[in-house]
Design a protein around this ligand. Structure first.
Ligand code: SAM
Length: 277
């Protein structure tokens, strides 16, 4: 599939989601903005203050991330492919008196950003929207200063592989192969899980652990921590979002630090054995 078509499709999806005021496109509340670091960084990965730090919010339009990092005192740049999502950042900036640099662009090529420009890169769930994650990590590594922090969140591969709704035995089935390079099929399910786990109409790809964790390491970062945001509830109703999360953790959050010196790894993900699938 043509990468430009994928980008255009996913841009339209998020433009529509922004127009429909989807939950992913809602700005931060007054309460969240009152303690912004606690809201964005419950695990304390960013330390006690980010005041004066240069923060890149990558694929993070919508007015939420930008305003929370600005409220914490950071100098914020937002890159997003969706003009409508960036418009929400513009509105929040006008309402709250923040100033953001807003860039409408795809995440895998960031020529408008300088080498080592950022102390912190924040990258919410979005790698699922691009076929190849390696160029994204390589660009993030380029724009992060040595010692800088890269925090990214991803849909877990198995969550993208598995059925959204349970079968008659209450189990979730693996429907998509792990090694597929084609997008996963769009779902026509109208269930709550479908709404929460897949963005309707979006073209999404499964990325293997080797491509996510290995890719971040190979691009010049050391991974310092990793968490799986908790959405499971033991007594969840069968088929609910929390029930699926009891079986399959939906997301992973990774903290990585830019190495001071980096010689590119010679390992190529294409050199691994691929079964016929
Ligand atoms: C799950 S949302 C993250 C932002 C959300 N508002 C938040 O607060 O976490 C995913 C974002 O990725 C953006 N996106 C999708 N494909 C992209 C691409 N190729 N390059 C840059 N941004 C992209 C979407 O427009 C959307 O704003």
């Amino acid at each position: 599939m043509d990468p430009a078509q994928i980008r255009q499709n996913n841009r339209k999806v998020y433009d529509s989601m922004a127009a429909a005021k989807s939950p992913l496109c809602r700005p931060a509340t007054d309460e969240e903005l009152a303690s912004p670091l606690r809201t964005v960084d419950g695990s304390g990965w960013l330390g006690s203050s980010i005041a004066g730090k240069h923060v890149l919010c990558l694929a993070a339009g919508g007015g939420r991330q930008s305003s929370l990092y600005a409220a914490a005192g950071a100098i914020v740049t937002v890159v997003d492919i969706s003009g409508a999502m960036l418009e929400l950042d513009r509105q929040v900036a006008a309402e709250r008196g923040f100033h953001f640099r807003l860039i409408e662009n795809s995440m895998e090529s960031l020529p408008m950003l300088q080498d080592g420009e950022f102390d912190i890169v924040i990258h919410p769930v979005s790698t699922c929207y691009i076929p190849n994650v390696a160029p994204v990590f390589s660009e993030v590594a380029r724009v992060t200063r040595p010692g800088g922090i890269y925090i990214s969140q991803h849909k877990q591969p198995v969550s993208l592989q598995a059925s959204l709704d349970p079968n008659e035995r209450g189990r979730y089935e693996i429907e998509n192969t792990y090694y597929r390079t084609d997008p996963i099929p769009c779902t026509d399910s109208k269930s709550r899980n479908a709404q929460r786990l897949r963005e309707k109409g979006a073209i999404e790809f499964v990325h293997r652990w080797e491509q996510l964790i290995g890719g971040i390491c190979r691009s010049g970062f050391m991974i310092e921590d990793l968490s799986e945001p908790m959405h499971a509830k033991l007594e969840a109703r069968r088929g609910s979002f929390a029930d699926r999360a009891n079986h399959i953790a939906p997301y992973v959050r990774i903290k990585a630090r830019r190495r001071a010196k980096h010689s590119a790894s010679t390992h190529s993900p294409n050199s691994i054995w691929l079964p016929n699938s």
